[in-house]
Design a protein around this ligand. Structure first.
Ligand code: ADP
Ligand code: MG
Length: 507
């Protein structure tokens, strides 16, 4: 045989496109060589060396002649090393090592020089897309990707160890059972429990409200008071992930190559990039348009610790994705879109030295320094944060107290109930939480009783609330009412919401 066609795929962001690897052998040529054509990147170009060695070291010959490998369609760029396997299979077919029709299979995997198959990234989106396709092909992939494959229902996936294993299976010398679908456990335990946090009832209550309404939240307090500790525990009080959310999150991790040995990710992500991180690391991009921290945080929490230390351009770049819930990464020839719907959580000290307002340590900052430090988190970014909390130093008796606090699961139950109330009210507008309400919806959904109306009026006057901050207070009040199982926002809900406005430091 002088020709073989092998099915595989390529991905652009989360989109999956079918690709055929064609192998043609010209046996009359004088010079034996391999050419790869069809818009492959440098990694694909290197495939030929890996494939050659892998075939040789597995004891299979390379077809004698000049070999042309064409990656069709040729107008779509193909990236990555997972084309090794389909190319090798094409050669095995052309060399008549394989003795059957392989049209029913889709192949992908990287080859080691000894013929072992190596794990490739981005497998889950491919499998999901194939499982939704009309003519569901069977898939052959590296054994190290089997865990990922177990998250996909209704697709025949065979995991193979190396080229010998593959040939033996395809030729019918050995049998393989397809990877078994594992019903994912979305009822998982919480990895860091909120009951670990002593005291701080006010901040914990604020975190619960934030989780319930998906409100962005800011914690301010002296070093060591527990800001980071509390922030880390927010994913555990958020509602459990739906299957759809878990798949979406897992796909993004798969594309980023961060899936390790996990199957489906069932715990909401918590991402905490360092303040020196680059815009590309946070937003996404680079030569292969990988997802950034904001997409890795999708369906979970993006936490910016020491917020004023972050670079201005990074903060600036965050505005659009926070607003839209998606991010578009444009490269030379290719535009990729990733979701970026996360809860935005920030923490900061009250001043550069950290001790302003502390009753034991002395603050060494000047008034101007303190003002400047706090002004960094102002303007457009501040407008995207609904809840501000100042955390006091922990008193010794609170720290030493043995009374057991509520667990994350107890808090989560209330959060889930409040979220359900919001969904019932907002799903007609294709919204999921109170934080997403527009001004119009706030007017409609957060109507106050008469006492509430009076309270708002006096608050506007005394606290000099602007239009935007009124909406923010009303959204939070709506969430507090939802936690309280009340359809009307009452004065007490509004009174509590007013406590979470940003307080200017009294200098
Ligand atoms: N409220 C608290 N309850 C229990 N441990 C605490 C509390 N606050 C601080 N700690 C302890 O102090 C450590 C430092 O807290 P951390 O959250 O990093 O402070 P911050 O981020 O405010 O500087 C925590 O890892 C924890 O061991
Ligand atoms: Mg900290």
């Amino acid at each position: 045989m002088n020709y073989a066609g092998v099915s595989t795929v390529t991905t652009i962001g989360l989109n999956v496109l079918p690709v055929t690897v064609e192998v043609d052998v010209d046996r009359r040529a004088v010079i034996y060589d391999i050419d790869i054509v069809g818009l492959g990147d440098t990694v694909v170009k290197e495939s030929k060396k890996r494939v050659k060695s892998a075939l040789k070291n597995s004891g299979f010959g390379i077809p004698q002649g000049r070999i042309t490998v064409n990656l069709a369609p040729s107008d779509v760029k193909k990236e990555g090393s997972y084309l090794d396997l389909p190319i090798a299979v094409g050669m095995l077919q052309a060399a008549e090592v394989l003795n059957r029709d392989i049209g029913e299979f889709v192949f992908f995997g990287e080859l080691g020089l000894d013929g072992t198959l190596r794990k490739v990234r981005g497998v889950l989106p491919i499998l999901l897309s194939l499982s939704q396709g009309k003519n569901r092909a069977a898939v052959i992939l590296p054994i190290e990707n089997a865990r990922e494959a177990s998250a996909v229902r209704g697709l025949k996936v065979y995991a193979v160890r190396d080229l010998k294993d593959l040939v033996s299976f395809l030729n019918g010398y050995s049998k393989k059972t397809p990877v078994e679908f594992v019903q994912p456990d979305l009822e998982h335990a919480v990895s860091a429990d909120i009951s670990d946090v002593k005291g701080h009832d006010f901040a914990k209550r604020a975190a619960e409200i934030a989780a319930a309404g998906q409100h962005n939240i800011s914690f301010r307090g002296s070093p060591g008071c527990g800001k980071t500790m509390l922030a880390r525990r927010i994913p555990g009080i958020l509602p459990r992930m739906t299957m759809e959310e878990a798949l979406e999150t897992t796909m993004i991790y798969s594309i980023a190559g961060l899936l390790d040995d996990k199957g489906l990710i069932s715990e909401r992500p918590f991402r905490s990039p360092h303040h020196t991180a680059s815009t590309t690391a946070i937003i996404g991009g680079g030569t292969d348009a990988r997802p950034g921290e904001i997409s890795l945080a999708n369906n979970g929490v993006l936490f910016l610790d020491e917020f004023p230390e972050f670079r201005k351009d990074v903060i600036e770049a965050l505005r659009q994705p926070i607003e839209d819930g998606t991010v578009t990464i444009a490269r030379a020839k290719l535009t990729v879109r990733y979701p970026s719907r996360f809860m935005f959580v920030v923490a900061q000290n009250p001043c550069a030295c950290g001790w302003y307002g502390d009753n034991v340590h002395e603050c060494t900052c000047s008034w101007n320094d303190i003002r400047r430090y706090n002004r960094k988190v102002s303007g457009p970014m501040e407008d995207r944060i609904d809840i501000f909390v100042d955390m006091p130093r922990l008193e010794f008796k609170e720290y030493a107290s043995r009374t057991s606090a509520e667990t994350s699961l107890q808090v989560r139950e209330r959060v889930e109930r409040a979220r359900k109330r919001q969904l019932d009210r907002l799903s007609a507008f294709r919204l999921r939480s109170n934080s997403q309400m527009t001004h119009k919806l706030v007017q409609k959904m957060a109507s106050l009783d008469s006492a509430g109306g009076k309270l708002l009026e006096s608050a506007i006057e005394k606290m000099k609330l602007t239009g935007r901050s009124i909406d923010r207070v009303l959204k939070v009040a709506r969430t507090i009412a939802d936690l309280d199982d009340e359809e009307t926002v009452l004065a007490r809900h509004l009174a509590e919401a007013l406590q979470y406005r940003k307080k200017t430091l009294e200098l």
